[in-house]
Structures are given as C-alpha cells and as structure tokens.
Write a protein of this length. Structure first.
Length: 308
C-alpha cells in the first residue's frame, strides 16, 4: 500500500467575476491557448525564481503557523510560507493567472522559487505517517461508490461514507477496504491534521482569503479518480505522494437551468463531447503543484496513471 497517489487540495474561497461571459473554445483556439499558457507559465516561473526572499520579520501568528506546519523541521514551514507569499504577491500571477488560467509548477521549480534546500510539498502528507493516524480515531471520510469503481458509469458523482457507523472509531481495515478500487477523500482536513490546519492558515495569511484543505487518495490502477466537474472555489493542488494525471478543459457552452459552478454533480453529467480537447493534459508527480484558478472557468477531470 505504499504506492498510493496523494493530492492535497487547498480550496481558496473566491468567486469568479467572469463566469457569465464564459464561452466554449474551438480546437484551433484551444491549440493557440495551450501555446499562450506555456509561454506565460515560463515567464511567471522565471519571475518567481528571480524574486527576492523577504527579509521582513513575520508576525506572531505567521511564525506560529510556520512552526506547527512541521514541528520537526521549521525550515519546511518557512519554505511553504515563502512559496505562498511569493505567489500571492506576484503582479504577473495576479494579472495573468488569477481568476483566469491554470498554472503548473514542477517540483524542481518549487525549490528554486523558495531558494531553500527543502521541497516543502514533497512528502508533506503521506500514507505511512499521516493517513494511518486515522486508525482508532473518529475521523470518517468518503469513498467513490461502486457504480463508479466498477465502471458501470464513469460520469456519475457518486460517493458514500467510508464506514457505516460514525459513532464507532475508524479502523485501518475500513480504510484499506475503502481504498480497494477507488478514491477516498477527507473534506476540511485542516480540522483533523494539525499540519494541514497550519497550511490553511499560511495560505489564508498569504492570499487574504478563507481557506480549506481536502485530501484525495487514489490507488494505482484506477481509471477515473472522480468524474469531470466544477467547484465554487479556486483550487491549489499539491501532489505529496505518488503521481496523478489531470486534464484541464475550457468551459462548455452554458446550459439553461444548470449552475455553471456546480456542473457534473447532483445528477448533471459532463460528457467528453461537452469537454472537447483539454487545455492541459499533465501528470503531477510528487512535489509538484498545480494552481487551478477559478474552476468555474476551467473544467477538470482527474484520471489516474499507474503509480511507479
């Protein structure tokens, strides 16, 4: 069970101003958009790498969150804060990517941006050290339903609790069973794992926005982690263990009576013809980060590659 793919998702609560004007793109437009995204990504990453590390003294609440992110190594928390601070204060990021475009930052780039020896993303949440703390706790997450795991329907947003009785402690056997053949997830994970609570606070201090963190865990060999869908918040994805394939799409045409911020859920289905050609088709590897800004403007489906 040591090769599961982990992704920590930081959900930044920030509504889009432009969803009403969103329109689907042709394949030609998507190809041009891909080139534009690649060029703009390179410019932004170079800017972040050249940015000066702040010599300002952090306030007491930031210092506390830095220390609590990784009590065994304060440098990890410092690197996390520096990355988030540089990103949130980047004029290029704010003007070109925020509320507009997805952004991929690779593991090696994370280290160069923070100018520190540690990659704070890599291993910041693992099965062996963190997920196994569920055993004997009262934390209960959710798992994809059998209709999705068995391939009966791969476009249904169907989940159920990991355990049947929430009044009883969670056992590791229940977690292992839930991981057979599909994804499990834990919403509001910052309330359960202190390190993730610290990461929420650091993100909130950097961006000035309410922040929540969810954990998604998917076993190797799965075809679909979760169906294509949209959310009501902006998202930063950190791949902390394993690897996972993500596809990023431009918005499909608006449909009367369907919430553009809640597509692919509550019985709504986004088909491949609705999605078209992906803007990005990437594999996140351990230590990478993907900033999926304004999910209401870009539609996503995550499909898992076999972990190696």
């Amino acid at each position: 069970m040591k090769h599961f793919a982990f992704a920590i998702l930081l959900h930044l609560a920030f509504s889009s101003r432009t969803i009403v004007d969103a329109a689907s793109l042709s394949n030609t437009q998507i190809a041009a958009k891909r080139k534009e995204l690649l060029s703009q990504r390179e410019i932004l990453v170079a800017e972040l790498m050249e940015a000066s590390v702040s010599d300002e003294k952090n306030d007491a609440r930031t210092v506390k969150a830095i220390k609590e992110f990784d009590p065994a190594n304060e440098e990890t928390g410092k690197a996390a804060w520096e990355f988030l601070r540089l990103l949130s204060s980047s004029p290029n990021f704010i003007s070109e990517f925020w509320q507009a475009k997805p952004l991929l930052i690779r593991s090696s780039e994370v280290k160069e941006i923070t100018k520190m020896d540690t990659n704070w993303v890599d291993g910041s949440f693992t099965l062996q050290r963190d997920l196994k703390l569920l055993d004997g706790s009262y934390i209960s997450g959710s798992r994809t339903d059998d209709v999705l795991r068995q391939g009966i329907k791969t476009d249904s947003w169907a989940f159920r609790p990991i355990k049947s009785d929430p009044t009883q402690p969670t056992t590791w056997a229940e977690v292992e069973d839930a991981l057979k053949g599909g994804t499990i997830y834990f919403n509001s994970a910052g309330s359960f794992w202190p390190s993730l609570g610290s990461l929420c606070r650091l993100t909130n201090y950097a961006f000035g926005l309410p922040t929540n963190v969810n954990i998604y865990v998917t076993p190797p060999g799965s075809t679909v982690s979760v169906p294509p869908h949209t959310d009501r918040q902006d998202v930063i994805v950190f791949q902390t263990q394993g690897s996972k394939r993500w596809r990023v799409y431009s918005p499909p045409k608006r449909v009367k009576g369907k919430d553009p911020l809640n597509r692919g859920k509550a019985g709504d289905v986004l088909t491949q013809s609705d999605l078209g050609v992906p803007l990005l088709d990437i594999v996140l590897r351990r230590g990478d980060g993907e900033i999926r800004i304004a999910l209401c403007r870009f539609y996503f489906v995550g499909q898992l590659l076999r972990i190696f």
